[in-house]
Design a protein around this ligand. Structure first.
Ligand code: HEM
Ligand SMILES: [Cu+2]
Length: 550
């Protein structure tokens, strides 16, 4: 039975996913990107912060930007999208409706608390929440609720669903889409142990006055235990789309099921023990720990390379089936006029550059050159700001019609939007990298700085110009979403794009269908890599008073 074309059994889950997605778009993407151009113009030394309502300083705006985009946009989008991939993957609704309701309301409550703190300038601590900068308790509690607790509740629900599915399907291998969802949630649940400890034991009691001082280095280490794997929390849902959906949208097949499973699984053990690469310049962390994390960072590049190979191979199959010839002719044969496909293909192009710049950040010696400069900001706009964000936009172009039963409207605008984002972020990323290489620091109210770097001015203009294009692109995206939601119901529903594997009938090794050994391995590896770091810091406790800078 169907209602507005939506399968009746999924109605509740679809409604929840819709709410998560819309919250992600309007309270994450829109709110965050509203701040973007102000920051980008600041890099060209144009200061628009003097007469703004609510936003009192560059730093308050930057906190809003970072939290809205890195945390709100991604958390809510992921919970919505993974709810969808779980129910379609297992072919059954999530096990507990009450848990789903609780997930949504707890995340909304957290969002309200965090936005209250930021908008009233009670928590201008930037999205990393670094102590000794001190925010209001509503900020830490709010972020903990929507970015951590909510995602745990989803994970619990999906694992309950998995258990029920296994009971009903003894001996069958887990469907790919469901398996990818489980891997993502497993990795993230393990990874959040760091910030959960940081927030519950240190930051929240401290912000409530229950704890005197704070240890900046210890809390920062706990932050990075989660802060590196969070990039895979952003990327894995995009990979699920690239592996399991995009090949079908392009008219092809997934190149290899086993490769896809292997790459996804490798992200569980190798995401966690690498976070010290964010602390190469910090004192108090032993050099051998920095070296180990640096080495493992290059290991985690391996599943990224497997992903690049498998996804490109899948797309090549699609392109050749569509009549593409020669070495590169298959690329042109892909359905570039389809906004959802174009968005994801362009996301991959940007990710190639973004990923390569990540190798520079990860190299111990080169890091000293770029650390805390705008080069790093260029890097993450080319990754989370484009590979992830542009993929999420591409997914939205079919997922919102799927969840609402309405057809996508404004396809040409959508296509222009996608190219505009690509262009904008490429220009802005280049500008930021250039400024960074000239030594311009990140997180600095540049138009107010007492000194200037003449060589960085051209990069500043590029940053501002790219930022303006991105802003227009975001407006177009929201326009398409709104017009689609208000449009007529689609006469016929499109099938959910799920790609068949080329090696479909082949057996999959048991260890590529299991999670437990990977979880055990991850815990061991994480204890080995992080244990000495945290232990060392606990041996030389440090207590700093809180600070409100802006
Ligand atoms: C109109 C679009 C955008 C513009 C113009 C823009 C511009 C900027 C600028 C100029 C900075 C400040 C750098 C600094 O002073 O250190 C920044 C920071 C940042 N941006 Fe964006 N950005 C945009 C979109 C995005 C998107 C889509 C994401 C992620 C999904 C993102 C994530 C971040 C993060 C995490 C920070 C760092 C905040 C911090 O250091 O605490 N931005 N952005
Ligand atoms: Cu990292």
């Amino acid at each position: 039975m169907e209602s507005r074309g939506i399968p009746l059994e999924f109605r509740g889950d679809y409604a929840d996913a819709r709410k998560h997605l819309l919250t992600a778009i309007f309270f994450g993407l829109v709110l965050g990107v509203l701040m973007g151009p102000l920051q980008a113009l600041d890099k060209a030394r144009i200061d628009l912060y003097q007469n703004l309502p609510l936003i009192k300083s560059y730093y308050q705006g930057l906190t809003l930007h970072g939290v809205a985009l890195a945390l709100i946009w991604t958390s809510f989008f992921n919970v919505g999208f993974l709810t969808f991939t779980a129910v379609r993957g297992f072919g059954r609704p999530l096990q507990s409706r009450r848990l789903s309701r609780a997930t949504l309301w707890i995340m909304w409550a957290g969002l309200a608390l965090a936005l209250f703190a930021i908008l009233t300038n009670r928590a201008t601590v930037l999205f990393t929440a670094y102590a000794p900068l001190k925010g209001h308790w509503t900020f830490y509690t709010g972020v903990a609720l929507f970015a951590v607790v909510g995602t745990w509740l989803l994970a619990a629900n999906v694992f309950l669903t998995y258990r029920a599915w296994k009971r009903d399907n003894p001996g069958r291998k887990t469907p790919l889409l469901a398996f990818g969802t489980l891997v993502t949630l497993t990795m993230w649940t393990l990874a959040t142990s760091g910030v959960a400890t940081e927030f519950v034991i240190y930051l929240i009691p401290w912000s409530l006055g229950l704890r005197e001082g704070i240890d900046p280095l210890l809390t920062r280490s706990l932050f990075w235990l989660t802060g590196h794997p969070i990039v895979y929390w952003w990327l894995l849902p995009a990979y699920l789309s690239w592996y399991f959906m995009l090949p079908r949208q392009a008219g092809g097949k997934l190149f290899s099921e086993s490769m896809a499973r292997l790459a996804l699984l490798l992200f569980i053990p190798f995401s966690l023990p690498v976070g010290v690469h964010h602390m190469y310049t910090d004192p108090g962390v032993a050099t051998h720990s920095k070296m180990l994390h640096g080495f493992l960072t290059f290991v985690v590049f391996l599943p990224s390379l497997i992903t690049a190979f498998t996804v490109v191979a899948s797309l090549e199959i699609a392109g050749r089936q569509r009549g593409g010839r020669g070495w590169l002719g298959w690329i042109r044969a892909l359905p570039w006029r389809e906004p959802s496909v174009a968005a994801q293909l362009l996301a991959m192009v940007l990710f190639t550059v973004g990923g390569a710049s990540g190798l520079i950040n990860a190299s111990y010696v080169l890091n000293l050159l770029v650390h805390n400069t705008l080069f790093v900001v260029g890097h993450f706009h080319l990754t989370v700001g484009s590979a992830v964000t542009l993929t999420f936009m591409g997914i939205s172009y079919w997922l919102i019609p799927e969840l609402t039963g309405r057809a996508l409207r404004g396809r040409r605008v959508a296509l222009a939007q996608v190219w505009l984002w690509f262009l904008g972020v490429a220009i802005m990323g280049r500008g930021m990298a250039a400024m960074g290489l000239e030594g311009v620091p990140r997180r600095t109210w540049w138009s107010q700085a007492a000194y200037q770097i003449a060589e960085a001015q051209a990069g500043g203009v590029m940053t501002a110009a790219g930022g303006a294009l991105l802003f227009v692109s975001m407006l177009l995206f929201v326009g398409v979403v709104v017009v689609t939601m208000r449009g007529a119901e689609a006469p016929a529903r499109q099938a959910v794009p799920v790609a068949e594997p080329l090696d479909g009938g082949m057996p999959v090794p048991v260890w590529l269908n299991r999670l437990t050994p990977w979880v055990v391995g991850t815990v061991v590896l994480t204890l080995l890599a992080w244990g000495p770091v945290v232990w060392g810091l606990l041996q030389s406790p440090f207590s700093a008073p809180g600070l409100r800078a802006w």
